[in-house]
Design a protein around this ligand. Structure first.
Ligand SMILES: Nc1ncnc2c1ncn2[C@@H]1O[C@H](COP(=O)(O)OP(=O)(O)OP(=O)(O)O)[C@@H](O)[C@H]1O
Ligand SMILES: [Mg+2]
Length: 380
């Protein structure tokens, strides 16, 4: 242990962290400060990535590392963020998430055999990916047995009493090393001090406060896709991605109304300002994409409920796509579940001067806030 904590002594770093969410259409940052043991929102910012690829706001941008680094630099500048201590959330699509059933062995043993087992599920050589994994805790009313008690797990295998082999679910996440190296370059270009890259679902699950003990589904509708994570007592039980997002709505509007993407995006974002008759037409087109998403979401909910024998009690809506007017009510009606806009600042104190502006867009910052919370935790 160091005799002096130089960071604290000079008041640099130590108590401020940023979370970065690199999405397909927008990049978001959230800066949190720790004061008196509490996380305080210091700054936040969002920048559309489309213009960095010569495209309009809202489009999905395929960008080089240099361009992403440039966007990051710009948004940090706009938000007047100087902190270098950061954590980065990377897109769900950059990873492969697999639920593997393993024998209920001690963690150390699991760590040895997971890479071997994971070979069966990962379509590239295991040396090319970075693996991370979490044991999904079993619940009393799950259909499968509980893991062995700790003392029994410690017994040498040969001395165990004969028993039915118990199983445990392990969530294995693999990220291609090349993808990690690309994100590393983005970070290096901005001279940030980043200690982790995590898949966005872990960030969102950390920041969104799930009040109920019953399983809740996080519904993140971005531009590229809609991601669904079932959370129970703070832990991700399952994750899914539906390959339709808010960008598909803009594309449909553009085609059906015969207008450019940029115009269609404006129409989508301003539905409530249109004449009533136009609203009806636009909503019908919007529903074409949404209906597919609702039907997939219902399947995912039904499968979870059947497999685990329990109900999903609520849905938390996040991502820019859920900003459509009346989205909460539509979600409730289509899914027959209580829905609310996810509040990523439930564990964070938000200064009053930010509150009014934040109210409309807070749900877009779940991922960035979650990454910032983890980094802040690491610093303390
Ligand atoms: N007010 C609004 N009304 C309707 N749609 C909106 C509104 N604001 C943003 N969107 C849409 O939300 C999408 C962007 O959401 P978000 O920023 O969560 O996506 P992303 O994180 O870049 O995408 P992904 O998570 O799929 O990689 C865009 O398609 C945009 O058109
Ligand atoms: Mg996103």
């Amino acid at each position: 242990m160091a005799l002096f904590d130089f960071k604290k002594l000079f008041g640099v770093h130590g108590n401020t962290a940023i979370g970065i969410d690199i999405g397909s259409s927008a990049l978001k940052v959230v800066e949190l400060k720790r004061e008196g043991g509490k996380a305080i929102l210091k700054a936040y910012g969002e920048i559309a990535l489309g213009p960095y690829a010569g495209q309009s706001i809202g489009s999905i941008a395929m960008l080089s590392n240099t361009k992403i680094a440039e966007a990051l630099k710009d948004v940090l500048k706009e938000a007047s963020i100087l902190t270098k201590e950061s954590g980065v959330a990377i897109p769900f699509k950059s990873s492969l998430v697999t639920l593997i059933e393993m024998p209920a062995l001690p963690e150390k043993k699991l760590a040895e055999i997971i890479p071997i087992e994971a070979r069966k599920y990962i379509p590239v050589p295991i040396a090319e990916v970075t693996l991370d994994w979490w044991i999904v805790p079993k619940e009393k009313n799950d259909r499968v047995n509980k893991p062995k008690p700790e003392e029994e797990q410690k017994k040498p295998v040969g001395l165990e009493t004969p028993r039915i082999v118990e199983k445990t679910d392990v969530l294995v996440v693999s990220i291609h090393n090349e993808i990690l190296s690309n994100y590393n370059n983005v970070i290096k270009d901005n001279a940030l001090n980043t200690s982790f890259f995590e898949i966005e679902m872990f960030s969102a699950a950390r920041s969104l406060v799930v009040k109920s003990d019953t399983p809740t589904i996080i519904f993140d509708m971005g531009a590229l896709g809609t991601k669904l994570y079932v959370i129970e007592k703070g832990i991700i039980r399952t994750s899914h991605v539906i390959n339709r997002g808010s960008n598909d709505i803009t594309q449909s509007l553009s085609k059906a109304l015969g207008v450019e993407f940029v115009e269609a995006e404006k129409i989508k974002r301003n539905i409530s300002t249109l004449k009533e008759a136009d609203q009806v037409i636009v909503k019908e087109i919007v529903d074409l994409t949404l209906d597919y998403i609702w039907s997939e979401t219902r399947n995912i909910i039904n499968n979870f409920e059947t497999k685990h024998g329990k109900h999903i009690g609520g849905v938390l809506l996040t991502g820019g796509g859920v900003s459509l007017p009346g989205f909460k009510e539509i979600a409730e009606q289509k899914l027959n579940i209580k829905a609310e806009l996810g509040n990523p600042f439930g564990k964070v104190i938000t200064p009053p001067f930010l509150s009014a502006a934040l109210r409309d867009t807070a749900h877009e910052f779940a991922v960035a806030t979650g990454a910032a919370l983890r980094k802040l935790e690491e610093l303390s």
